[in-house]
Design a protein around this ligand. Structure first.
Ligand code: LLP
Length: 421
């Protein structure tokens, strides 16, 4: 299902013309298609067939309206900070369906998560295990734990978003993890309920997932043989999407393969936790911007738009490709090749190079597939207020995060010796 379509010569998200949103809300602005979020979630839920839980990776897009949409469908959540936990709760999510990942959980974050009764702590080091045991003891609780093991497989993705190699900071090496589980009796305030792994993001090939499982599942078998009641395997997130010409597996093929590996290792009864982020939200989101200027040099045409790398950093940071198209249907009109750039004073502030577009100054355009790692990675660099966010539901839309004002830029700042500004 594609939420974006040309109708009567202009681009719609679901049943709302993007030009209408630009008129009402201004640009740049993120636009999310609620029904596409729902259908993406349902694909995971259907593939799981009741034997596990989809824990949406909040980091991909943590707007309360997005979280509330998934909470309403019964989702669990994968969090990496106290901020994400509070967002889930504020959005009506169930803390009992929360798993807590991340290498650097602070004592305060752990205490808050214990108080909320989260489903599982995905622990990433021996030191964290000690801390969690001590804090759970102090709180008079038994904390549910899975160790995030690092299977040392190459995810075949961008090095910045690969996490499953032993040189990465993530997880615990398999043999060390086996030792820590073996010491379970030492940790009086922990209950070892699962095993966790996550090898990277934007994986478009099933192979690395299978390789990781083939390394991790024997550990589960071994732990059960030792009498540890391991009830779930959390396979993390990472399923990729099509930004250009990638051919990612379907959700059904992905989950099907995980099941097949469980079966092959005699572990078909394990409950399956998934932590998808990108695959749930990327395609449902669009960054809507306006062309401020067209500018040509001897060698190039530039389209300078009112969104910048501070609004969407993926192309600048990872060299990521995201498709760009005009809101006015170009039909057969002749175009030119443009470098689509933002106003930020950095040469990396480029959304796409050599994109064939039919453009005039003042035109609206969209950067597609911006629902994941878009707004959440945005900043105020160059003192640019963060963009508005809009949720479309069929023929209606609502602003779900107001555009920041100029005064928001220096909120909390002060000049010593002077009255508040
Ligand atoms: N679980 C854990 C433990 C993770 O670290 C991540 C992502 C996920 C789940 C969700 O992965 P996904 O299904 O979205 O691939 N900013 C980068 C992506 C960073 C991913 C970080 N961890 C980007 O824009 O491509």
């Amino acid at each position: 299902m594609d939420a974006l379509s040309y109708r009567h010569g202009e681009l719609f998200v679901e049943d709302v013309p993007l030009a209408r949103i630009a008129d009402a809300v201004g640009t740049p602005c993120y636009v999310y298609a609620r029904n596409q979020l729902i259908s993406a979630y349902r694909a995971f839920e259907a593939a799981l067939a009741g034997q596990g839980l989809v824990c949406y990776a909040v980091k991909a897009n943590s707007n309360l309206a997005i979280l509330a949409t998934f909470a309403g469908l019964g989702a669990g959540f994968d969090i990496v900070s106290a901020g994400e936990l509070e967002r889930v709760i504020a959005a009506g999510g169930d803390p009992h369906r929360v798993v807590f990942s991340g290498v650097g959980k602070t004592a305060a974050e752990i205490e808050r998560a214990l108080a909320c009764g989260i489903k599982c702590f995905n622990v990433e080091s021996a030191a964290e295990l000690e801390r969690l045991n001590a804090l759970a003891g102090r709180a008079g609780q038994i904390a549910p734990v899975s160790l995030r093991v690092n299977p040392d497989v190459d995810a075949g993705t961008h090095p910045y978003i690969a996490t499953g190699l032993k040189e990465n900071k993530f997880g615990i090496a398999l043999d060390e993890a086996a030792g820590l589980y073996g010491d379970a009796a030492r940790y009086a305030h922990l209950r070892f309920v699962g095993v966790d792994c996550h090898i990277g993001s934007q994986l478009t090939d099933l192979r690395p997932f299978a390789d990781a499982l083939d390394r991790v599942l024997p550990l589960v078998g071994q732990l059960r043989a030792q009498g540890l009641p391991i009830g779930h395997i959390d396979v993390g997130g990472g399923l990729g999407i099509r930004y250009r010409d990638e051919r990612p597996p379907s959700v059904a093929a992905y989950v099907g393969q995980v099941r097949e590996r469980l079966l092959a290792h005699g572990l078909a009864d394990l409950s399956l936790l998934l932590e998808p982020g990108r695959a749930l939200v990327a395609a449902a989101g669009t960054l809507l911007a306006r062309v401020e200027y067209l500018k040509s040099t001897d060698t190039k045409h530039f389209a300078i738009i009112d969104a910048g790398m501070n609004d969407l950093i993926r192309p600048a940071l990872y060299g990521a490709f995201q498709a760009i198209q005009t809101v006015r249907d170009p039909g057969a009109a002749p175009g030119a090749d443009y470098d689509v750039v933002g106003p930020v004073c950095e040469s990396a502030d480029v959304f796409g190079r050599g994109r064939h577009l039919h453009l005039q100054a003042g035109d609206l355009l969209v950067v597609r597939d911006a629902g994941a790692y878009g707004f959440v990675m945005s900043s105020q660099y160059n003192s640019r207020p963060r963009a508005a966010e809009v949720l479309v539901d069929g023929g209606r839309f609502a602003v779900v995060r107001a555009r920041e004002t100029l005064a928001d830029l220096w909120r909390g700042e002060s000049v010593p010796g002077r009255e508040a500004v």
